[in-house]
Design a protein around this ligand. Structure first.
Ligand code: P6P
Length: 313
């Protein structure tokens, strides 16, 4: 816990100062700060950039927007320039981008540069999601991440990170500086909101029964279609569950293990929550490919456990 320094309230503690209190490698401090700087250019692209299509598709065969390509380029250039990265994987790139074969003291980064980009043209919140491993191997279990973070471009711009010592939120001020707004975010055991991703008419029976259970206990449906704002709501309110289950015709659901699920599962577990694919913790899954997807149940521990009861009952 970062005690407020004399003369400084916690709200004046900037990201670099907080990272230095986390007892982590200087290269990792530098890397996370570089990502936060890159996000300021992504913000500008979101607010003023072209909303059209790029005329290309990503490794999932999904049509890319100009914003996807621009955000990806901003992130990749900053990571390469950082001097502390050996491999990069992006949801918007087909293959791993090798910066250097030298792994000594360096990190590898998997990111979704602008998750939910199709929501920008209707002015809904979107975000950048980042997963960081030590060394060159990006196909490690998520539990081996050394850091995870996201930047949420909403009514306010917030940055949430963990390096294994709890989850901490920073909010961008009028000078575009990230200052500490919540330290050591913790989740309740159970919650009262739920985010049901995907088409309900493609849910299997167990998932459908779980949703009916939630509705019967008075839980409120909260779903924007953006993974970052929807997870941020569950995390910051500390109450609730987000699910994107296996669907009829899509046995692995929709969300991507490397770029979306691993970083968010790391953060939610660090806040005292849980994240499962319906059978095992997300963070224990060994990725077999860059484009791997998995079903996700993520949020309060008791809510996730209840979902497993219905799913596997
Ligand atoms: P659906 C955005 O495309 C995304 O990858 C996540 O941000 C979001 O949670 C999900 O897809 C929404 O998917 O099928 O509900 O539109």
């Amino acid at each position: 816990m970062m005690s407020s320094e004399p003369g400084k309230t916690k709200f004046q503690i900037d990201l670099r100062r907080h990272l230095r209190s986390q007892n982590i490698d200087d290269n990792l401090v530098h890397l996370i700060c570089e990502i936060s700087e890159a996000s300021k250019y992504v913000i500008n692209a979101v607010r003023t950039g072209d909303l059209g299509v790029a005329g290309t598709s990503n490794l999932y065969g999904e049509e890319q927007l100009a914003l996807d390509v621009l955000s990806d380029r901003i992130m990749r250039k900053r990571l390469v320039k950082s001097g502390v990265v050996c491999n990069i994987a992006s949801e918007e790139m087909d293959e791993i981008y090798q910066v250097t074969s030298d792994s000594d003291g360096l990190y590898s980064v998997a990111y979704d540069p602008l998750d939910g980009s199709s929501l920008v043209d209707v002015n809904l919140a979107v975000g950048t999601i980042v997963s960081i491993f030590a060394g060159c191997d990006l196909l490690q279990e998520g539990r081996k991440q050394v850091a995870a973070m996201y930047i949420l471009y909403g009514p306010r711009v917030s940055l949430v990170y963990s390096v294994g010592n709890g989850v901490h939120e920073f909010t961008m001020n009028q000078l575009m500086e990230f200052t500490l707004s919540r330290e050591d975010v913790r989740m309740h055991p159970a919650g009262n909101i739920y985010s049901p991703g995907g088409l309900r008419n493609k849910y299997n029976e167990g998932d459908e029964k779980f949703i009916r259970y939630l509705e019967a206990k008075g839980a409120k449906l909260r779903y924007s279609g953006g993974f970052v704002p929807d997870i941020n709501q569950v995390l910051m309110k500390g109450k609730g569950i987000f699910i994107y289950p296996a669907l009829n015709g899509s046995p692995n659901g929709k969300l991507r293990l490397l770029f979306e699920l691993n970083p968010m599962a790391y953060l939610i577990e660090q806040a005292g929550g849980a994240a499962s694919n319906g059978h095992v913790p997300i963070l224990d899954l060994k990725p077999e490919s860059l484009d791997q997807r998995a079903p996700i149940y993520i949020g309060c521990t008791e809510d996730v456990s209840k979902a497993m009861e219905y799913l596997n009952g």
